[in-house]
Design a protein around this ligand. Structure first.
Ligand code: GAL
Length: 671
């Protein structure tokens, strides 16, 4: 189902002030004395916004049709009196035991037929009619009860849809998949054509014969796999929409959202498709503690989230104050790291900073996950930093509503991610994100802002457009990218882009079919490299993963391979197109090679860093409608760094002195 957006709910930003601050609040785990102390500590920390009730269904409805709202009424009233606004959950992310006992058919089934049982969370399939009946039921009861409550600002629908399990293979899922296929393709002959079922005698006589792509003797039909990924993303979203339809009916003015998991680690869901049904984009992000460049992955996630939000401000719904509990070794955040992380999200468009969770649990499987109030209580480094962050965010109120300025776009497509990594490709070493993140990293280190946008998004106004491993692409999206070059942008397209259409059918006549003309090249044959093999390029650099036989068809060679059988074959080309240019990269250069290419692209396109600063400083600029601009300078290095900017440092209230001390942040309201 799709949601009726008109007249549409109010904006969440009309319901919270400044940069909203808080986290998940799970008071049901605590006695009343602790809940009262919570209110004091929240005041001290400057908390303004909390997600409440996410996992509370079994407490709110202890037996079918009997309700206990006493504790939640009190919590909501107390939060309202404290001036704290609430993202109230539908409580559907963990069905109660009585429901599972009565209706075990709601449980998820995996590809190998395993039924996932209760005792954890998220133990339901979104395509279960019974589950949807119960989930919409509790949603309606909660909505009716709190629709006029002064604390209510936003509906938090379910929680991290698709977390833990994102593809479901039970009988109801199979039926829903078939119905979805029928809507998508219209007729079985159209499906046969789309899936290329003439291959291996896979032709279907009717939709009833189709199954989800479960266990099979060999590789499964790629069209079936791709459509199942599309369906699986849609099924969770359709469930979301059904809950929101109830909320709209009861509280038409209250916006709704759910927390996404946009990052390099979440491939399952097409968030660009989801975005149209969310009233505000909310994202959860967790660092991988052992990654020395985790702040760069954070920036990637935040840039992607902003792209999903169409550039509008978004909510950081969860991150951690310190360690998590689900990585092999759960290192705490270093002193100051939490502030840098939080302000890096704000720098990249977040207007709300929230954590999982307010108070660290003493029982349950997340008891060693950090929180705003640690086990050791108020007198702790973490709580002091939490109070410090609250004070800092208060100072940043003027930033709210401003938008990040970028001259560079990186095209990002979940469908291309899926299609490029389905089995039976020329090389398993071609990973959708690898080159994309290498370019994002290079631009990050230069202080050059990047918007991460869908291939169909308007590319107007971008001077540099990067298209990495966009294996599958529609005609319209390919034209959109070509138009950007014609209009004057410098466009870089990397290998294994434009190979297939949306059905994963190869575009014939030489690779890369969708971009051959734009790039002025033609490729007859791929030469993927064996693991560990490096090729020498004409500029002396090395490359790995991929090479191919590029023939020039209008473009000029900028760099070539040097080794048999590709001696003198172009590895990097440039084609003048209209007022711009289209570059093609046919291999994976080493880090120096990436830098050399980015040097060329930056010089040609004229894109610039947000400011000039010493190495190690993360830079972004947000600009308000009225022209005011805010430069975020986050010093990730161990020494003080110079930043050339002038204005008022909002965090200190003093004029910016030209340097940011080690590990610190400056947010400069520029003159
Ligand atoms: C998220 C989830 C939270 C909590 C957190 C721990 O995935 O939404 O409920 O489990 O992870 O990092």
């Amino acid at each position: 189902m799709t949601l009726q957006q008109t007249p549409g709910p109010e904006s969440v930003w009309s319901k919270v002030e400044g940069i909203a601050y808080g986290g998940d609040y799970n008071p049901e785990q605590w006695p009343q004395s602790v809940r009262l102390e919570d209110l004091e500590l929240m005041k001290e920390a400057g908390v303004t916004f909390l997600s409440v009730g996410i996992f509370s269904w079994a407490l709110l409805e202890p037996t079918e049709g009997t309700y206990d709202f006493g504790w939640l009424d009190e919590v909501m009233d107390n939060l309202a009196s404290a001036g704290i606004r609430v993202a109230l959950a539908t409580a559907t992310a963990a069905p109660p035991a009585w429901l599972v006992r009565k209706h075990p058919e709601i449980l998820p089934v995996t590809a190998d037929g395993t039924v996932l049982g209760p005792g954890s969370r998220r133990h339901y399939t979104p395509s279960s009619a019974v589950y949807r009946r119960y989930a919409t039921g509790i949603t309606r009861v909660i909505a009716e009860r709190y629709k006029e409550h002064p604390a209510l600002a936003l509906w938090h629908v379910d929680n991290e849809l698709g977390c833990h399990v994102s593809e479901f293979y039970g009988p109801e899922d199979a039926a829903a998949f078939r119905a979805w296929l029928e809507r998508r393709h219209g007729s079985i002959s159209a499906l046969n054509a789309a899936w290329g079922t003439a291959f291996w005698s896979q032709n279907y006589g009717s939709f009833d014969e189709i199954l989800p792509p479960g266990a099979a003797p060999s590789t499964l039909n790629p069209g079936q796999q791709l459509d199942f990924k599309r369906f699986s993303s849609w099924a969770l979203m359709d469930y979301y929409c059904e809950l929101v339809a109830v909320l709209r009916e009861v509280t038409p003015g209250t916006p709704a959202t759910t927390n996404l998991m946009a990052s390099s680690g979440c491939k399952a869901l097409d968030y660009f498709d989801w975005a149209k049904d969310l009233d505000v984009i909310a994202n959860d992000h967790y660092l991988v503690a052992e990654d020395p460049e985790r702040h760069i992955e954070l920036a990637f996630s935040a840039d992607l989230t902003r792209g999903i939000a169409g550039g509008d401000p978004w909510i950081l719904m969860e991150h951690s104050t310190s360690a998590v509990n689900w990585q092999p070794r759960n290192q705490p955040k270093m002193p100051g790291e939490m502030l840098r992380n939080s302000l890096a999200h704000v720098a990249r468009g977040a207007d709300a900073v929230m954590f999982f969770q307010w108070r660290q649990s003493f029982a349950g499987s997340e008891k060693f996950h950090s929180a705003m109030v640690p086990h050791a209580g108020r007198d702790t480094r973490v709580f002091r930093e939490v109070v410090g962050l609250g004070a800092a965010l208060k100072q940043l109120a003027p930033v709210r509503g401003s938008r990040v300025e970028s001259q560079v776009a990186i095209v990002f497509d979940y469908e291309a991610w899926w299609a490029s990594e389905i089995d039976s490709k020329p090389s398993q070493d071609v990973k959708y994100l690898d080159l994309l993140r290498a370019f994002h990293r290079s631009l990050f280190l230069r202080g050059i802002s990047v918007d991460i946008v869908h291939p169909s998004a308007s590319l107007e106004g971008y001077s540099l457009v990067l298209v990495c491993t966009l294996y599958s692409v529609s005609d319209a999206a390919a034209a959109n990218i070509a138009d950007a070059a014609r209009a004057g942008a410098t466009v870089l397209i990397t290998y294994f882009s434009g190979i297939a259409d949306e059905n994963d059918h190869v575009r014939l006549g030489g690779y890369p079919g969708a971009f051959r003309e734009l790039l002025g090249v033609r490729v007859e044959e791929f030469h993927p490299l064996l693991q560990g093999v490096q090729l020498k390029l004409s500029d002396g650099g090395l490359s790995s993963v991929w090479s191919e036989h590029v023939q020039l068809a209008g473009a000029e060679a900028v760099q070539t391979f040097t080794q048999y059988p590709l001696e003198d074959v172009p590895s990097l080309t440039r084609n003048t197109v209209g007022d711009g240019a289209a570059w093609y990269l046919a291999t994976f250069p080493d880090p120096d090679g990436i830098e050399a290419i980015v040097d060329r692209l930056v010089a040609e396109s004229g894109v610039a860093a947000a400011a000039s600063a010493d190495a190690g400083v993360e830079l972004t600029r947000r600009r308000a409608d009225d022209g005011r601009s805010f430069l975020f300078a986050i010093n990730h290095s161990q020494s003080s760094a110079t930043v050339h900017a002038s204005g008022l440092d909002l965090l200190t209230g003093d004029r910016f002195g030209g340097s940011v001390s080690a590990g610190s942040v400056a947010v400069i309201a520029e003159d």
